[in-house]
Design a protein around this ligand. Structure first.
Ligand SMILES: NC(=O)c1ccc[n+]([C@@H]2O[C@H](COP(=O)([O-])OP(=O)(O)OC[C@H]3O[C@@H](n4cnc5c(N)ncnc54)[C@H](O)[C@@H]3O)[C@@H](O)[C@H]2O)c1
Length: 318
């Protein structure tokens, strides 16, 4: 039975909220949060500074805390990865193999490591992108995510390890700001809508991308984490979808609540990355193998985002 779980990259956009959700399920004392940063953004208990490239320290922490499972979130994301491709390769690949190796050596019960829609490229069918399809990404981030999926599947087959992963779409949230991905506009647009009533978007108005609200990201991750491994046909790269939107759709959704909201477009280098990613995703394998179903669509998310960020603004917290 899994009792104690160690998070890497826990200060990030996803880790800060996901680790809180895991604490509720597994108990505060059973979730060890780690990040390369000296201090935790989440809570001070059970925080350890850990660079995932330091395999010895990772192994020591696993022993010290009697860890059963790892949620491995430390990574460089797509936009930062294009600016620092060698560093992205190093952190994303060597960090991941360090986690798989400690899981193998210490016989850990489970590893969760996210993949991304970044595994797809312009040779993939971009509409209703199938689960099992061509994976020829053009970014270093995508290359590391495809390699991570393959490496994870190798450890499942070769060593019988339990490794699971999801191809997250762009994740939208209102707690920790995103760390440098191509879908970051979909968070910034809500903050700027509240703060100044306008937003300049770095993607063009009709760029459609798959997105998901953080509560659904947490639901998907905890559901897959707890799924019966023997029922999974796929392991490290489940397609996952909630809704697909363009910046224009988002602006229209915001205007339902802030009628005077305006948007302008100034595409930058991230446009080429977005253009190589799918418009819509077929996530039927996740729906069949572990009964995935999202709760939020664009408008229910917009309503909640504007309420939470609006409240923060009123309290002077932005
Ligand atoms: N946020 C998204 O929209 C999204 C979409 C698809 C996939 N993902 C994946 O989900 C995971 C988490 O993403 P996120 O959005 O929370 O990223 P993020 O950039 O917000 O957080 C990543 C965290 O990793 C830490 N980190 C960086 N280098 C490290 C190192 N060497 N050792 C330890 N920690 C290190 C950073 O300090 C940061 O806190 C990543 O694998 C990412 O590829 C995220």
């Amino acid at each position: 039975m899994i009792k104690r779980i160690l998070f890497t990259g826990s200060n990030g956009q996803i880790g800060s909220e996901l680790s809180r959700a895991f604490r509720k399920i597994y108990g505060n004392e059973n979730v060890i949060v780690t990040d390369i940063a000296p201090n935790s953004k989440v809570a001070d208990d059970h925080y350890e500074q850990l660079d995932v490239l330091d395999a010895d320290r990772l192994a020591k922490l696993v022993d010290t805390y009697k860890v059963d499972a790892i949620v491995h979130l430390a990574a460089l994301l797509s936009a930062v990865g294009e600016q620092k491709p060698q560093l992205a390769w190093n952190i994303n690949m060597n960090g991941t193999i360090n986690v798989f190796e400690v899981a193998r050596e210490k016989k850990l019960q489970r590893v969760f490591v996210p993949s991304s829609i970044g595994v797809f490229g312009s040779t993939t069918p971009l509409d209703n992108t199938p689960q099992d399809t061509v994976l020829q990404p053009s970014t270093m981030y995508g290359i590391t995510k495809v390699s991570g999926e393959l490496l994870g599947d190798y450890y499942v087959k070769k060593y019988g390890l339990d490794i699971r992963g999801l191809r997250y779409p762009g994740i939208i949230s209102n707690d920790t700001l995103p760390g440098g991905g191509t879908t970051d506009y979909a968070v910034a647009i809500y903050y700027d809508a509240i703060k100044q009533g306008s937003y300049e978007c770095f993607l063009s108005e009709n760029t459609m991308l798959p997105m998901m609200y953080m509560p659904d990201c947490i639901k998907a991750t905890t559901d897959l984490f707890q799924a019966d491994f023997s029922k999974l046909k796929h392991h490290t790269g489940f397609n996952l979808a909630a809704f697909s939107v363009t910046p224009k759709d988002m602006a229209a959704s915001i205007r339902k609540y802030i009628p005077n909201f305006t948007i302008s477009y100034k595409p930058d280098f991230r446009q080429a990355i977005a253009d190589s990613w799918p418009n819509t995703i077929d996530d039927s394998a996740a729906r069949t193998e572990w009964q995935w179903k999202p709760n939020y669509d664009l408008d229910t998310m917009t309503q909640d985002m504007l309420k939470v960020i609006g409240d923060k603004h009123t309290k002077g917290l932005l």
